[in-house]
Design a protein around this ligand. Structure first.
Ligand SMILES: [Zn+2]
Length: 362
């Protein structure tokens, strides 16, 4: 949409015609009951406004106070118009400051330091016309890429995102887990327009309202599955009541890039995926399975994935037990041999060997 503002003035004309106003496109107010298209255009205009300024020429088509021509933004938001000198407050169009040379000689703003500083930043155009500048681009021209970069909503990537999309993830499992951690699954508590008569209880346990927090893993049906998996990972504990906290616990207890941490995350994501599929099967297909069947399915998935990986792990009893609990074998880390040197003892030193014999060199 911003592209059209930049390249196609007819769009501005269309909007002005649509709302029957002969004012400047950048200063008109949005109509009270706009169509979807008009509303989108106004939203894009407001997004683009802070990123535009002008090389000032002698054309009279720019509103001095209300258009985004100054590098700092709309002038009325920088200088209180009614509190400044009359020679400045009475200006209406931008060409009035640029009649003969860079400044209108009749424009006297006295000793107003703030106004002088702001006006000293005006960019003048040597040619006669006003030239728009797209500030985010160093050459002043609008591009779709720069427009997208400055107008898109930027979110801080959560720490768990890279852990969910780890190097050995199963794509569909990671996707559902990512949505669950973002609370983006279509559980009944996330559907505000759902028919009030629809039953909002958890369909797995028929107890408690369905939500991501409940399904993973407050629900007795799913908690039983996750508790057994935790046991196979070497931990006897109740899961955290919040899925984000549970993932954080997993991250703190299964660090590193070894086989065990990969296995733990594969099991975590497989559990979320399989439980979510079971929930959907019950809702949409009226098919239900006992949680023991789901557990078996998760263990098979984890085992087949881990057996296909060639990731090493430190060889210790704990890691060996975890691999064994999932029907896998540990891929021990290769330890390079450590070289050492030997110094011949001084003359007269004796060494007693285990068979009590004397060394020939001793
Ligand atoms: Zn439940």
């Amino acid at each position: 949409m911003v592209y059209h503002f930049w390249h196609e003035q007819p769009l501005e004309q269309m909007v002005l015609a649509e709302i029957h106003q002969k004012k400047n496109f950048w200063t008109i107010n949005q109509p009270s009951k706009p169509s979807w298209g008009i509303r989108s255009i106004f939203r894009s205009r407001d997004l683009a406004k802070p990123h535009i300024c002008y090389l000032v020429g002698n054309e009279a088509d720019i509103d001095f106070w209300n258009q985004p021509w100054h590098p700092r933004g709309v002038l009325s938001s920088l200088i209180p118009r009614h509190n400044t000198v009359s020679s400045l407050s009475s200006l209406t169009s931008l060409d009035q400051i640029h009649l003969d040379g860079p400044w209108n000689p009749t424009l006297n703003i006295g000793s107003l330091a703030r106004e002088k500083a702001i006006l000293s930043e005006v960019l003048f155009n040597d040619t006669a016309s006003n030239l728009p500048i797209w500030k985010p681009n160093s050459n002043g021209l609008f591009t779709a890429k720069s427009g997208w970069e400055v107008t898109r909503q930027k979110f801080v990537k959560p720490g768990w995102a890279s852990r969910i999309w780890f190097s050995c993830h199963i794509p569909r499992h990671a996707l559902v887990s990512w949505k669950a951690l973002k609370n983006g699954l279509s559980t009944t508590d996330n559907l505000p327009f759902l028919d009030p008569s629809v039953n909002r209880s958890c369909i797995l346990c028929n107890f408690g309202l369905e939500s991501v927090t409940h399904l993973f893993f407050q629900c007795n049906y799913s908690k039983w599955i996750w508790n057994i998996i935790l046991g196979k990972l070497g931990h006897r504990r109740n899961p955290n009541p919040d899925l984000l906290q549970e993932e954080l616990w997993l991250a703190n207890n299964f660090k590193g890039a070894g086989q065990t941490s990969k296995l733990a995350y594969i099991a975590f994501e497989a559990a979320i995926y399989i439980i979510w599929i079971e929930r959907n099967n019950r809702v949409f297909h009226k098919i239900s399975l006992p949680n023991s069947t789901l557990l078996s399915e998760i263990l098979i998935l984890v085992r087949s994935k881990v057996l296909g990986m060639k990731i090493e792990e430190e060889d210790n009893p704990s890691n060996r037990a975890i691999a064994s609990n999932f029907g896998c074998t540990l891929s021990p880390k290769f330890r390079p041999p450590e070289f050492c040197s030997w110094l011949k003892p001084v003359q007269g030193t004796y060494k007693i060997n285990s068979d009590a014999s004397l060394d020939a060199e001793g």
